[in-house]
Structures are given as C-alpha cells and as structure tokens.
Write a protein that binds this ligand. Structure first.
Ligand code: DLL
Length: 432
C-alpha cells in the first residue's frame, strides 16, 4: 500500500533520532523563553535549555500534567502571541474547566500531516470520499480527520456525528469509501444498517478509521463484519494535536507514532522512571514539532507499551500498543483494579453484544459491581431460566478474568443508551 510520507515513516532510526534531537533542542528553548510556566518549572528542576544536547537528554526534563493546563486556563501555556493563533480547540473533562489548546498555521499543518498519514495507512487515496462522522466543534475528531483528508487530496465529507439514518443515506448516495467515527458509533451504524435490512456489501465502503476511545480486537471483528470493511485504529489527544498522533497500518499490529512531531516515552506511573520497550506503563508525549503549545513530557494517563521493531508494512516508526485504558478510568473495586476494556473483552469472547454498562456502588463497606449487557436478539425469546443461566455463565467468565464477582443483568436488545461520540461505560455511584 502506498505510504504518505516514506522519507519519515520509513526513515532509518539514526535519521529519526537526529531529527528528534534537533527538534527537542529547539522546542525546549521556545518553551523556556516564551512560557513563564516552563521557565519556572525548568529553573526549579535545575535544568537549563543548554543542558539539552540530544533526545537522550529528555529524561532530565520535568513532566507536565493535565492540571498544569487547567491551572493556566485558558491560554497560559501558549508560547506564541494570540495574533499568531489560527485555531482553538478544547476538551471537556468530567471535572473542572476544559483543557484549551491553540494552533498556529504551522501546527495545523503538522496535525493535518499526521491525520493524512493515518488515512493513507488505512488505504485512503486521492479519489476517495472520506466520510467524517466524528463530531465537529471544539472536539478535535471532526476537523482533525477533515483536514487530514484534504491534505491527502481526497474528498472530505463533513457529516459530523448523529442523525444515523442520514449517515446511512449518505453512505448509499455519496458512495463514501472510508468512514471515520468512534468505534461505538460505528457499531451503532452497523446495527442500524442490519436492522434496516440493508446488505453492507451493497455499500461502497471499504474501511473505517476508529478511535477517541478504547476498543478491543473483538469489537474490531464485529464492526468489520457488520459493515463489511477493514477497521483501523487511530489515536490522539487534544493536548498533543488531535487524531493522527498514531495510527494502524494494514498489519493492524500496533499504532505507528508520528514520532518526528510527537516523541513518546513509557513511564512507571508511580516512580516516573522510563520503562524499556515492551513494558506497559503510562504514555508520555513531548511535542517536538509544534509552536503554540510546546508541551514537555505530557502525561497522557493512557496505559500502553512501545515497540521499535520494523513493521511488515515497511514503516520504521515506533508503534504503540492499543491503549488498554486510562489510569484514571481504572476502577478500584474491593481493592482490585478493573478496566472497562477487560469487561468488554470477556463479553465479546462469549459472543455477547458489546453494549454494556458497569454500575459500581457501595453497600455499607462493600463495593458492588453490576454489569448490564444487552441480549442478542435471538436470546430475547428465551425463558427466564434460560436467561438466568446465560447471566451465570457471564458472571463466571468475568470472575475468572477480573477476580471479583459482578452481578450480570441481561437487558432487552437496544435498551442501553447509544453514543454518537465517546461511549459512557461506567456509572460509579460510590462517593469516593
Ligand atoms: O479523542 C482525539 C481523537 C479524535 C482521537 C478522533 C482519535 C479519533 P480527546 O478528546 O482529547 O481527543 O481524548 C483523548 O481519548 O488520551 C485516550 O484516553 C482516548 N483515546 C483516543 N484515541 C484512542 C484510541 C481525542 N484509538 C483521549 N484508543 C486519549 C484508545 C483512545 N483510547
């Protein structure tokens, strides 16, 4: 398959390191001279820009965390004058003020370049229609893929999210080649197509680029079947750029990082120590190619591992594993760490529907966990006894993976809320 930027994506490791070293030196200087927060932070850590000679010196630098952005809300970490900004995005968290990010024209070009690499790696070509069903607005999903599609020279279709019947109409009438949305919305579009009696093979759709939330390989298989496409993962976060920080190639084996712009490290989340390739820990990025928001060692909270082996696709760029979840999504139930993705993995391995909701509560001193799962349509006509048997089977499977008991409740098909953007999988009623 053609590679969008082979001079970078297939470059030698030595070339990439030299490029990263030059860019790190420049960005640290920019941050130190133009962001008072970084001047203070580096002074406190006893590091000066003059101590940074190569990418190996990165571990001398202090970390940046999400609250640093919030504490300097809205524009306090920007290294450029407001006149030089051409775009602002923001991501809303569950608590507090949103995180605000800004871009110069050069930053938009960097971001669009990453998104174009991702679309190309998913087989996108100039004559394709790229159907963008991520939300447009302050969220980076819609505009990120949109600019990527245009940069590639393909045709962007700014469908935005929602109005599923209209999405399907457009898939049919405009003959979209590639669809971009969250994996949970892709599932919903696929189910709706099935329920409408439309044969997915009658659509021109060839691939999908799905991200913005964790999803498992089992869910990938279901989406691929429902929509009769190949499903590619895409990763990104607003603070670093947006979608296109990393992406799947046709090997679907990890996500290639645009490491010429976003330098990744994996650290032990407790000690901050850098971990060797292959070990799971917290993903950290340094924006070595951006002007407006030059974040240094930003802790993403995403849990994954890195792999620097050459990929069968020919790309040499480092791959990150599919993020397993976020350290702040991790539930601690009766002292045991539980990731929603583990629940999803168990459900899908039993051929259950991936629409589920985890409800955590506290009765007295004891935590309780309930998992609501939608029945498959053929189970709906089952007897009460049959349903109870099925619930027990899922409870046993969850127990053996998670090591804790969860009450399973099978729900009517279609009864759990559907998401057009990021799915909400957990309700935690404990007042922790
Ligand atoms: O979700 C950017 C994006 C848009 C990525 C469209 C991909 C596609 P935020 O709203 O700032 O940005 O959320 C970033 O979402 O730290 C991860 O926890 C999670 N995330 C994003 N992509 C993936 C993925 C966008 N492919 C946060 N797999 C990140 C797992 C993902 N988690």
């Amino acid at each position: 398959m053609p590679i969008y930027k082979p001079e970078i994506e297939c470059a030698s490791r030595d070339y990439l390191r030299a490029l990263q070293s030059a860019r790190l030196i420049k960005m640290v200087k920019n941050a130190y001279e133009n962001v008072p927060f970084y001047k203070q932070k580096l002074d406190e850590a006893g590091v000066s820009p003059d101590d940074i000679h190569s990418i190996d010196d990165i571990s001398k630098l202090p970390f940046t965390v999400k609250t640093d952005l919030r504490d300097n809300y809205p524009f306090g970490l920007f290294a450029v004058d407001k006149n030089d900004l051409v775009r602002i995005h923001a991501s809303s968290g569950t608590t507090g003020k949103p995180t605000v990010v800004g871009y110069t024209q050069a930053d938009i070009d960097v971001w669009a370049d990453g998104a174009a690499r991702a679309i190309s790696a998913a087989g996108g070509k100039k004559d394709d229609i790229i159907h963008v069903a991520y939300g447009y607005g302050l969220f980076t999903g819609g505009l990120g893929l949109h600019y990527g599609a245009e940069k590639l020279g393909a045709t962007a279709l700014p469908a935005s999210s929602g109005n599923t019947n209209r999405q399907i109409q457009m898939l049919q009438d405009f003959e979209s080649d590639i669809i971009c949305c969250t994996p949970s919305y892709a599932m919903f579009i696929g189910e709706t197509i099935r329920d409408m009696g439309i044969d997915p093979k009658s659509l021109k759709l060839r691939s999908g680029i799905f991200g913005a939330e964790p999803w498992t390989d089992e869910m990938r298989k279901q989406i691929e079947e429902l929509l009769d496409i190949k499903a590619y993962d895409i990763y990104g976060l607003s603070e670093i750029a947006g979608p296109g920080v990393s992406y799947n190639c046709e090997c679907q084996n990890g996500l290639h990082v645009c490491e010429d712009y976003f330098y990744p490290e994996i650290i032990d989340p407790h000690t901050g120590e850098v971990l060797p390739d292959g070990e799971y820990g917290e993903l950290v990025f340094t924006c070595i190619g951006k002007e407006a928001l030059p974040l240094i060692r930003y802790r993403t909270r995403d849990i994954c591992a890195l792999n620097r082996e050459k990929c069968a696709c020919g790309r040499t760029t480092v791959r990150m594993e599919k993020p397993r979840g976020r350290s702040d999504d991790m539930l601690i139930i009766r002292g045991i760490n539980v990731f929603p993705s583990q629940v999803e993995h168990v459900l899908l391995s039993l051929n259950m529907n991936p629409n589920y909701l985890i409800i955590v509560d506290r009765k007295g001193v004891l935590d309780t966990m309930e998992v609501q799962v939608e029945m498959n349509p053929e189970m709906f006509s089952d007897t009460v006894k049959g349903i109870e048997k099925e619930e027990k089977k899922i409870e046993n499977a969850l127990q053996s993976t998670l090591n804790i008991h969860a009450n399973v409740r099978l729900m009517a098909p279609g009864s759990l809320p559907r998401s057009e953007g990021k799915a909400k999988r957990v309700i935690d009623n404990r007042k922790l």
